[in-house]
Write a protein that binds this ligand. Structure first.
Ligand code: DGL
Length: 286
């Protein structure tokens, strides 16, 4: 952000995107850590889920999402989607430069390695697990660390449907997915999908208190705070940040469900077509 007036950059929004509503769990953590920051959120609900698509398609979607957010001159972009982080972090960093990009995978891998000397478990979407992004991020920090990975494709639709921790279907499906992890007893388990914090009660019940659960949104929020502080770009306001959302389909449903995911009210929800994500930059101000 060289050459820009630092005061205006401090007041610029943080751009956040996800395939849908899940990234609002990251917004919840950002708000808890930095309540004065304005947040501009894009949920690509027309194309959710990303987690069953090829890495090539996810990369294309992620670049379009970030391109849309760049039109609002954010001071930093958060890839609030593990699947997009797994598929496209390097491409996003190159495309957004000089705006910094914070993904959810590297901060979570670092938090998990710091939390235990034992094996690290990872639960995530099919695409995230198949990409090996978590395994690579963990072994880049500690080459000897054992990583136990489990794809959990049914969890995203279950959470989207509004089912909660004590629902028998949730416990049944999770019981099946977590069986190997329960047997191998990792020291920490990364909730490698932004939907999973909504099932933290059930996951913790099934894994037991000895397993530290790592929320990828929490790790990313702390990384955002660290980077903004280091660059002296934190908004001086302590509270009262605005949350403005764009969604590519069904804005009414997004508005209805947003508080359950984000833990806060949303100041506005507007529709944007996926065709508009590909359109040349328009000038818009928060
Ligand atoms: N939000 C995505 C993630 O964190 C999961 C939803 C999807 O598959 O699009 O991986």
């Amino acid at each position: 952000m060289a050459g820009k007036d630092p005061t205006s950059v401090r007041e610029a929004p943080i751009g956040v995107f996800d395939s849908g509503l899940g990234g609002l769990t990251v917004v919840r953590r950002l708000t808890a850590a930095m309540g004065g920051e304005d947040i501009l959120y894009l949920g690509d609900t027309a194309r959710v889920p990303y987690g069953i698509r090829s890495l090539k398609t996810i990369r294309q979607y992620a670049l379009e999402d970030a391109g849309f957010l760049l039109r609002f001159s954010p001071k930093l972009i958060v890839v609030a989607c593990n699947t997009a982080s797994a598929a496209a972090v390097r491409e996003l960093e190159a495309a957004c430069c000089p705006v910094e990009v914070v993904d959810v995978i590297r901060p979570s891998a670092a938090a998990a390695v710091a939390a235990t000397d034992g094996p690290v478990g990872v639960i995530a979407t099919e695409a995230t697990i198949a990409s090996n992004a978590y395994r690579n991020a963990i072994t880049a920090i500690d080459g000897k660390r054992e990583v136990i990975s489990q794809a959990c494709p049914l969890l995203v639709p279950i959470v989207e449907e509004g089912r909660e921790d004590d629902d028998p279907i949730v416990l049944h499906v999770l019981g099946d997915y977590l069986r190997v992890l329960q047997r191998r007893r990792p020291g920490a388990l990364i909730l490698g999908c932004t939907h999973y914090p909504l099932l933290v009660g059930a996951i913790s019940k099934l894994m037991g208190p000895a397993v530290k659960l790592i929320d990828s949104g929490q790790a990313a929020a702390l990384e955002v705070q660290r980077r903004l502080k280091e660059a002296d770009l934190l908004n001086p306001r302590a509270t009262g940040g605005i949350l403005r959302c764009y969604t590519t389909d069904n804005a009414a449903r997004f508005a209805r469900l947003s508080e359950r995911f984000g833990g806060r009210s949303v100041d506005s929800v507007e529709s944007v077509g996926t065709d508009e994500l590909k359109a040349p930059a328009i000038s818009t101000n928060l």
